[in-house]
Design a binder for this molecule. Structure first.
Ligand SMILES: *Cc1c(COP(=O)(O)O)cnc(C)c1O
Length: 328
């Protein structure tokens, strides 16, 4: 195990969830995957209570803690229209009594659904940035921050996906939680988006035990994760040492692939487990592929990290149409 560097931010962290989250056996899913009944455990970070749950809460405990310590009155962050991170930033702001401005890529949706509906319920203000790339989205967020400052507010910019070195500390803690709950674990399988979740886990568990499944949210997932890990632990992280599968992206981040649709129905029908088309569905499809190609074999203790995302399922029309079409 690697030592995660302690910092003054430890004292600033705010509590937004109830810890530890459950770790549940999934024997019927394990069998369907070709693993032994006892080999597969699901870490239920989808059950984190705040705002519909999901992995972003662990990162927000640190970034919001730093924002509050700096006297922030308003949280600003960026994302896709169905961003789980944006939704949970909105919920965290509500919980902490801070205003929230979400700078989202795209144009106003004709009807709010999924995460957007919750953004509205949590009282966030949305600034639509139009059809932009990541760089332009960040530039728009900087403009919003400047405007808020001129108006006398104290804005704090929460990074894309909550994935800074500071935010990743939340998943280093999750890694430690897992070591206590599942001693002797061989693999943790996780979706890799902005990278902070995988980075924190690698910080706590080492690179060998964490299998990241790239969802297409960043250009170079291994470099992104390695950069965060290097800030988190005392020794630099070599991107080549990371286990990252890039075979589940399909036609791009927001598109539904056939292996993901198969993973959603498999998890639903064996365990009553809800996955989403962007993140956890890709992670499960990556686990299926990892067992098929022998990267994960029966007898090895394997944790599937359920990172949440259910609101995103209800904001993804193509997946909903397929799910309803499968009704018997
Ligand atoms: C953001 C997200 C991820 C990926 O986490 P990163 O830290 O951005 O890599 C995985 N699952 C869900 C449901 C998410 O919302």
């Amino acid at each position: 195990m690697v030592t995660v560097v302690a910092e003054e931010s430890d004292a600033q962290r705010v509590t937004l969830g109830t810890w530890p989250t459950p770790l549940e056996p999934a024997p019927r899913l394990a069998r369907a995957l070709g693993l032994g009944d006892g080999d597969l455990l699901v870490k239920r970070d989808d059950l984190i209570g705040l705002g519909g749950g999901g992995n972003k809460v662990r990162k927000l405990e640190w970034t919001c803690g730093a924002a509050r310590a700096a006297g922030a009155t308003v949280l600003v962050t960026t994302g896709a229209p169905q961003s789980n991170h944006a939704r949970l930033t909105a919920a965290a702001g509500a919980r902490l009594g801070l205003d929230v401005v979400l700078v989202l890529a795209g144009t106003p949706a004709s009807s709010a659904s999924g995460n957007l509906a919750l953004d509205g319920l949590f009282g966030a203000r949305v600034v639509w940035a139009g059809d932009t790339d990541a760089q332009q989205l960040a530039a728009t967020a900087d403009e919003v921050v400047e405007r808020l400052r001129k108006d006398g507010a104290v804005p704090s910019l929460i990074p894309f996906g909550g994935s800074s070195v500071l935010g990743a500390r939340g998943y280093a803690l999750c890694g430690q939680e897992l070591l206590a709950q599942a001693p002797g674990l061989s693999h943790v399988v996780v979706a890799a988006g902005s990278g902070g979740t995988m980075a924190g886990l690698v910080g706590a568990l080492g690179a060998d035990r964490v299998l990241g499944v790239h969802v297409g949210a960043v250009a170079d997932p291994a470099a992104t994760v390695a950069g965060l890990v290097s800030g988190l632990v005392e020794t630099p992280c070599d991107p080549a040492a990371l286990r990252v599968r890039t075979d589940q992206v399909g036609a791009g981040y927001s598109t539904l692939t056939e292996p993901v649709m198969a993973a959603l129905t498999l998890a639903g029908r064996t365990e009553g487990l809800v996955l989403d088309p962007i993140y956890t569905g890709r992670a499960m499809a990556g686990l299926v592929a990892a067992v098929e190609d022998g990267d994960i074999v029966p007898g090895q203790r394997t944790v599937f990290l359920h990172t949440g995302g259910m609101p995103g399922l209800f904001g993804h029309a193509a997946t909903i149409a397929r799910a309803e079409g499968a009704l018997g």
